[in-house]
Design a protein around this ligand. Sequence first.
Ligand SMILES: Nc1ncnc2c1ncn2[C@@H]1O[C@H](COP(=O)(O)OP(=O)(O)OP(=O)(O)O)[C@@H](O)[C@H]1O
Length: 129
Amino acid sequence: MRFSVGKLFKSFAYAASGIRYAFSSEQNFRIHCIVSIAVITAAAVLDFSLWKFCLLLFIIGAVLALELVNTAIEKAVDLVTKELHPTAKIAKDAAAGAVLVFSLFAVIIGLLLFFPPAVEIIKQWNAGR
Ligand SMILES: Nc1ncnc2c1ncn2[C@@H]1O[C@H](COP(=O)(O)OP(=O)(O)OP(=O)(O)O)[C@@H](O)[C@H]1O
């Protein structure tokens, strides 16, 4: 078995091209990217512990990856048929549903992670008045 560095870099380039496509053409992917940057910045400002930061990065990565898979499924379906078809609808709706389900749980986890430090800041702010 041979290991090819060139092949490895090529596969990174293909993956980067897929990410660039999703960013330039999928509004939801752009929204998720912007929200992710805001959430990571807020976590850094609030001085999150290492495990909380890792959990946050994991769920953000999972949401973005799922969004890319959703785009891949949409494009694959469009390639198979441009006609309206009930099975094409199920495939696209189920893929969108997967993103929605994970995003909802990601929001719940985010709220649970941000709630205690937010309460602490409000307490300190009230004490300082
Ligand atoms: N070929 C099809 N047959 C039946 N229903 C379809 C088909 N294509 C799309 N749909 C329906 O329209 C919805 C939106 O499809 P579309 O491909 O426009 O996805 P989208 O989420 O709007 O993607 P994009 O972000 O690329 O615009 C799908 O979730 C599905 O319910």
